[in-house]
Design a protein around this ligand. Structure first.
Ligand code: FES
Ligand SMILES: [Fe+2]
Length: 371
C-alpha cells in the first residue's frame, strides 16, 4: 500500500539521548585561566583549559552547597569555589582542599568529587561525553571513561582548511535534526539570486542503506543544485564527483564529497540544550581553493547564508510548534525523518531491554522526491 495514503501523525517528545559525545563549545571560546559556562542536555557545565592547554568539563555546581563553580577561580590546575574555597582537580573533579577543616579534623576529602565529564578537543571543537544522569541524591564520584571516541570530521589529505559555523535554534533537537535531513525545503528556504530559484525544482531519486545506528545516502553524483557540487564542478568532471551523506545517532550528519584528489567534508551536529532549544554546529574541511586567498571566506559566506536561512525558518516554525501540534510526515520526502524517530525509539528500547537496537532499514531503499 502506498504510504502516501497514510501519513504518519506524530508529536515528537523531544527526549534527549544521554550516553553520547556532544559538542559543547568551539575550542577558541576557551581561554587559558578562564572558566566558561555551557549548557548541554539541560546539564550546566563549566569548562576551561589547564595550563598545558587540555580542556576539561565539570558540573557547574559545587558539591558542598551548589554554588556554580564557574563563579570561582582557576589556577590552571584546580577550580576553587568562591563560597567556602573548596578546591577540585579540574580534570577528575576530586576534592583537593577544604579550607575550613582544622588540622586534627582528618576528613577523607579525596572521596569527595565535583561532577566531571570526559572532554576532548576535535577539529576545533570541545566535545563532552554526557552519561546517563543519576538521581541527584547519588552525588558524584570519579567519572567513568567514555565507551567510544569523540567523533571527527573525515579528512583525505594531510593539508586542508577548516571552518566552523554555529547557530542557536529555538526548537527541540528533534525539529533541528529533521530540518537538517529534510530534502524538500531547499527550493523554498534556500533561494538566492546567485544560487537557485524556486523554479529549479526537479525530480530526484536517491538510494539509502542502513549503517550502525543510522543510515546513509549511498555514494552518488550530487544534485546539480547543491552548493559544494557547484564549487567542485570547477575542478573536476561532473561524473567523477561523488558524495555520501550519513546520519548517525544521536545527532550527527557527515557529508563527504570527493572529486579525484579534491574533497570536501563536513560534520554537522544538532545539540540539545534544553527541551525546546538546540544549537547547530557545522565544521567543514576541504582541500580545494588552496590557491585562492578568499576561498575559505567565500565558502563560509555560502554556508553562513544557508545556516541563517535554516535558523530563521526554525525561529518562525517555533511559533507554530508552541502548542505541540501533531506532524504529518509523508513519503518519500519525510521518510528520513521517520527513520530518525524510529532509530531513536529503537535505541531507547534497546537500552531499556538490554537488547540490540533494530535499524528501521532492513536493506537498501530508493526514495524519490522533487526538490
Ligand atoms: S558551596 Fe562551594 S565551597 Fe561551599
Ligand atoms: Fe536547510
Amino acid at each position: 500500500m502506498p504510504e502516501l495514503d497514510s501519513p504518519l501523525r506524530h508529536a515528537p517528545d523531544s527526549s534527549m539521548l544521554f550516553g553520547f559525545w556532544y559538542r559543547a563549545l568551539p575550542g577558541d571560546a576557551l581561554e587559558h585561566g578562564r572558566l566558561t559556562k555551557a549548557l548541554l542536555l539541560e546539564t550546566p557545565l563549566v569548562l576551561g583549559r589547564d595550563s598545558s592547554g587540555k580542556p576539561f568539563a565539570l558540573h557547574d555546581a559545587c558539591p558542598h552547597r551548589g554554588m556554580p563553580l564557574s563563579a570561582g577561580w582557576f589556577n590552571g590546575k584546580e577550580v576553587e569555589c568562591n563560597y567556602h574555597g573548596w578546591k577540585f582537580d579540574a580534570h577528575t573533579g576530586q576534592c583537593r582542599l577544604i579550607p575550613s577543616l582544622t588540622v586534627d579534623q582528618n576528613m577523607k576529602i579525596d572521596r569527595i568529587y565535583a561532577g566531571s565529564y570526559p572532554c576532548e578537543e576535535r577539529d576545533g571543537y570541545v566535545w563532552v561525553f554526557t552519561p546517563e544522569p543519576k538521581p541527584a541524591s547519588a552525588g558524584f564520584g570519579k567519572a567513568a571513561e567514555a565507551p567510544m571516541a569523540a567523533p571527527r570530521v573525515p579528512t583525505f589529505s594531510e593539508k586542508y582548511k577548516l571552518a566552523y559555523l554555529r547557530a542557536d535554534m529555538p526548537v527541540s533537537v528533534d525539529h533541528g535534526i529533521i530540518g537538517l535531513m529534510d530534502p524538500a525545503h531547499g527550493p523554498f528556504v534556500h533561494q538566492a539570486w546567485w544560487w537557485r530559484r524556486r523554479e529549479s525544482i526537479h525530480e530526484k531519486e536517491k538510494r539509502f542503506e542502513p549503517i550502525p545506528d543510522g543510515f546513509r545516502m549511498s555514494a552518488h553524483t550530487p544534485s546539480s543544485n547543491s552548493a559544494p557540487y557547484k564549487i567542485l564542478r570547477l575542478y573536476a568532471d561532473a561524473d567523477s564527483i561523488t558524495t555520501t551523506i550519513d546520519f548517525v545517532l544521536p545527532n550527527i550528519r557527515v557529508e563527504t564529497i570527493r572529486a579525484g584528489k579534491y574533497w570536501f567534508s563536513s560534520l554537522t551536529t544538532v545539540t540539545p540544550i534544553t527541551r525546546n532549544q538546540s544549537r547547530i554546529d557545522v565544521v567543514a574541511c576541504w582541500n580545494i581553493f588552496a590557491w585562492m586567498p578568499f576561498g575559505a571566506l567565500l565558502l563560509k559566506f555560502v554556508f553562513a547564508k544557508f545556516v541563517e536561512q535554516d535558523r530563521r525558518t526554525m525561529e518562525l516554525q517555533s511559533e507554530g510548534l508552541k502548542h505541540n501540534p501533531h506532524l504529518m510526515l509523508i513519503d518519500d520526502a519525510d521518510r528520513p525523518a521517520k527513520w530518525y524517530f524510529a532509530l531513536k525509539a529503537a535505541h531507547l528500547d534497546a537500552k531499556r531491554t538490554g537488547t540490540e537496537a533494530k535499524n528501521p532499514l532492513s536493506g537498501p531503499v530508493t526514495l524519490r522526491w522533487r526538490s
